[in-house]
Design a protein around this ligand. Structure first.
Ligand code: IFM
Length: 444
């Protein structure tokens, strides 16, 4: 099966960056050589993770990184996006864990040797547990601790990094973790969710100031997840509900970054639900961005509920992925263009896009035509946004390999490479081969 784009496609131009992405907790394992993090704690609590699993071994990437880098190189990508486990590079007293730092330095050097650009995410959800014990993201001081960590990393990594992302999907660390309660630490409290979102954005702004100083050579930005919010019906209440969801889930993160203010919806929250915002915080948050990372998977449908708020309506009609998420490629073009028209955006990278499918290994092969088709349609959707006037500089497939899918455990497979968790054997799926062929067909 092939992925094909028009010969003159913007995505096939020499400067367009194709990559694959992962995150530390989801692949690394080797938990005994880092500090425990909030996800270790969460996994140890009953019924938090659907299959009762954890990240102690995951894809054993810390021990198999050389093999993994060879696989990445063989795909012919331009870039690899991965995250640093904060608790692997520092100790509880805040001093540097040199062995952990050396792990990432080796990885970066190997990427450089293969001419693969390193896109480093500083925070992809694995907050060290000792910082959580001190209040975690509810504690304003965590934002300053994050800036210290960014300072240490950017000095140690020097010129090796092509691009830094401060945070991956602060929506998830705030809303899923503190309002929906389905991600670590599993809290359900709107005020806390809003406060955590604010402290995360503050942490981003403080870290950007550090990166502008220490890593001026790099492209520095942030990765947000977006989902177009559609009404369940034409009824005015549902239309309003979808607009509110859009403000709450999408604009709450992008508007402060670009315009230094929260959406007007903030005034609809009761005083006790509103975050404490320090004098000068919004200016810190609105640091200039070299790029915006956009993660896209699906759209979301909303209806009005009896609390004057919005509730999502889970999709039931195919095509759905194994996560139960609707396959809705035109939502990617729609949300990109909506953001492009609304804000003065910096250049955009599609920092994650992909699908979980019920893959099986048979006779040494994994045939995943639905994932190939998902990539085909979403690459086309990306191109459509470029053709409509947007600047998009790259696209990263989520994910390099099957991994720990958070509350879903290992049952949901997002990889283009299949991982047999019993043997840790990696097998290229049909989608990996289709992407590899697409990359190989480019004029570089
Ligand atoms: O696996 C996650 C990733 O960690 C963050 N973005 C969404 C992916 C799929 O759920």
């Amino acid at each position: 099966m092939k992925i094909s784009l028009a010969n003159n496609s913007a995505l096939l131009q020499p400067d367009f960056v194709f990559g694959v992405a992962t995150a530390s907790f989801q692949i690394e394992g080797a938990a005994d050589s880092r500090l425990p993090c909030i996800w270790d704690t969460f996994c140890a609590e009953p019924s938090r993770i659907k299959d009762g699993s954890n990240g102690l071994v995951a894809c054993d990437h810390v021990n198999r990184w050389r093999e993994d880098i060879e696989l990445i190189a063989a795909l012919g990508v331009d870039a690899y996006r991965f995250s640093i486990a904060w608790g692997r590079v520092i100790k509880v007293d805040g001093s540097v864990n040199q062995a952990g730092l050396d792990f990432y330095l080796q990885l970066l050097d190997a990427l450089q040797a293969h001419n693969i650009k390193a896109f480093v995410t500083l925070y992809h959800w694995d907050l060290p547990q000792y910082l959580q014990d001190a209040g975690g993201w509810l504690n304003r001081d965590t934002a300053y601790k994050f800036a210290d960590y960014a300072d240490m990393i950017s000095k140690a990594f020097g010129e090796r990094v092509y691009s830094y992302a401060t945070l991956n999907e602060p929506f998830c660390s705030a809303y899923l973790s503190y309002e929906a309660g389905i991600h670590a630490p599993g809290v359900q409290n709107r005020q806390q969710g809003r406060q955590v979102a604010h402290h995360l954005l503050l942490a981003h702004g403080l870290a950007m100031q550090v990166l502008q100083k220490n890593a001026a050579h790099a492209k520095n930005g942030i990765v947000l997840n977006f989902s177009p919010c559609h009404p369940a019906s034409n009824n005015a209440a549902d239309i309003r509900a979808a607009e509110m969801a859009d403000q709450y889930h999408n604009h709450w993160y992008i508007q402060p970054l670009i315009e230094g203010r929260y959406p007007d919806l903030i005034r609809q929250l009761s005083v006790t639900e509103q975050p404490d915002i320090g004098v000068g915080d919004m200016a810190i948050i609105a640091q200039p961005l070299d790029y915006l990372g956009v993660n896209y998977y699906t759209r979301t449908v909303y209806r009005a509920n009896d609390k004057g708020w919005f509730s999502d309506v889970p999709p039931t009609m195919p095509p759905l992925t194994d996560m139960g998420w609707e396959i809705y490629p035109k939502g990617l073009t729609e949300i990109l263009l909506a953001m492009h028209r609304r804000y003065a955006l910096p250049p955009v990278y599609i920092a994650e896009n992909g699908a979980a499918m019920p893959d099986t290994l048979a006779c040494g092969q994994v045939d995943d035509p639905d994932r190939v088709s998902y990539f085909q349609q979403h690459l086309q959707a990306t191109e459509d946004a470029i053709n409509a006037g947007m600047r998009i500089d790259g696209y990263f497939a989520w994910s390099l390999m099957d991994n720990f899918e958070w509350a879903e455990g290992y049952a949901k497979r997002f990889g283009i490479i299949y991982v047999d968790y019993a043997t840790q054997q990696r097998t290229l799926k049909t989608s990996a081969i289709a992407l590899r062929d697409l990359f190989a067909g480019r004029q570089k």
